[in-house]
Design a protein around this ligand. Structure first.
Ligand code: ATP
Ligand code: MG
Length: 393
């Protein structure tokens, strides 16, 4: 029955002069999403609305699923679309649509009409009344409710006539590519993939950095991170993933610094290296999956101390989220099952029994002076030996 979809977008409609930038980004993201679906589509922007039309057979469920991964889109309306062959013909098509779409007729409804084609012989309110009467005649169980109808039947009179009543929810957010790029510190855990998703939802393009510590962390742990990046890429588009060998830096810190400060010092070095790659590729900020109080390294004091090494802003989209809320999102975006695979993480291998929870910046900086110039060489080595993977969805 459906060959076309009307795309609803909310937030981006209010962007004034820049509106076209957002609409064009949304159109190109919709095209990207549909390029993976069985079928041929054209995506059109017509007077402030976006339509997707299938030109032949296509997989309806796949199409909806693909559109439901596009940020910036709040609703997908499957359109009944036909040529104007007079009022009676239109009514017949609408009645048939209602009959098929709502097997249970015990519903209230209201008709909305937009007449974009002003030479249409009836005015919008007339169309509403006349179609409403025909519906009541054909389906006596149905009732009109102008305040809170179960069915909002929309009729758009354009070149063709469009009819829709169902709005399949989209993700919301902003179209990808409208907000600059950020460097995600991506681990194998639950939080950082969700953090990346949240930033991408605001239109931010992602690059990612993962620190591994072979042989203390395995190939499987690394593959898990690649798999997670792939899942995030289904929403966020291609992600360049930097895989950094962190072993020697970790061993050096372990050897030279107090063990209760290991985690915090290690995290400062992770930030420094991630920031190096971030700047190199034009990222405007770093992103982590931290949330206040979740673990020792995520107290306000710890975050202050880690931030102190960065000059780029550090975005922490989950900072005020409860763990369960993060888990809920990871289930929704399908990263959860991968995240909970029990492979070791470089943070948990060298972890102290009682890490400091309220580090003081001056003390940490003092401890770091115990490391020889070796650390600079190790940093350079880690950066020079980075492995880069282009992760595609
Ligand atoms: P996650 O679930 O994202 O692993 P976590 O609860 O395990 O987070 P931490 O280990 O304190 O928390 O890590 C905090 C943040 O630091 C992570 O969300 C991630 O952004 C970054 N991070 C931690 N370990 C790594 C790593 N090995 N490689 C890259 N980033 C990391
Ligand atoms: Mg972790």
């Amino acid at each position: 029955m459906f060959k076309s979809f009307l795309i609803k977008y909310a937030e981006i409609a209010v962007k004034g002069k820049n509106r076209y930038i957002f609409e064009d980004a949304l159109v190109s993201q919709i095209k990207r999403a549909l390029s993976k679906v069985d079928g041929e589509f054209t995506v059109r922007k017509v007077s402030g609305r976006i339509y997707c039309d299938a030109s032949g057979d296509f997989n309806y469920d796949e199409t909806i699923a693909a559109l439901q991964k596009v940020f910036g889109l709040v609703g997908i309306c499957p359109l009944l679309q036909f040529n104007d062959n007079g009022f009676d013909d239109m009514v017949e098509k609408i009645l048939d649509y209602i009959d098929k779409t709502y097997p249970d007729k015990n519903k209230t409804f209201k008709v909305f009409t937009r007449r974009a084609r002003k030479n249409y012989p009836m005015q919008s309110p007339e169309v509403c009344v006349a179609v409403g009467e025909k519906i009541l005649e054909r389906f006596p169980e149905m009732k009109v409710d102008v305040k809170n109808p179960d069915i909002k039947l929309n009729i758009e009179i354009r070149e063709k006539i469009n009819v829709y009543s169902k709005i399949i929810p989209g993700l919301g957010g902003m179209p990808l590519g409208t907000a600059g790029k950020a460097m995600l510190l991506l681990s194998g855990g639950i939080d950082s993939p969700v953090a990346g998703y949240m930033m991408a939802k605001r239109g931010v393009t992602l690059e990612a950095t993962y620190f591994h510590a072979p042989p203390y962390t395995s190939e499987r742990a690394k593959q898990k991170v690649i798999d997670l990046a792939k899942k995030v890429a289904e929403y966020a588009g291609n992600i360049k993933l930097n895989i950094v060998n962190f072993t020697d830096i970790q061993l050096h810190i372990y050897e030279k610094c107090p063990h209760d400060e290991l985690t915090i010092i290690m995290r400062r070095y992770m930030m420094l290296i991630a920031e190096h790659f971030a700047k190199e590729s034009g990222c405007l900020g770093l992103v982590t999956g931290e949330s206040v109080g979740q673990v020792a390294s995520q107290t306000m004091q710890s975050m202050l101390v880690t931030n102190a090494v960065c000059t780029l802003p550090v975005y922490r989209p989950l900072v005020a989220f409860d763990k369960q809320d993060i888990v809920d999102i990871s289930v929704k975006i399908d990263t959860y099952e991968t995240s909970i695979l029990p492979y070791e993480d470089c943070c948990t291998i060298f972890v102290a029994e009682h890490p400091v929870t309220k580090p003081k910046l001056s003390c940490i900086e003092q401890s770091e002076t115990h490391m020889s110039e070796d650390i600079d060489r190790l940093m350079k080595e880690a950066i020079d030996t980075v492995e880069v993977i282009e992760v595609t969805p």
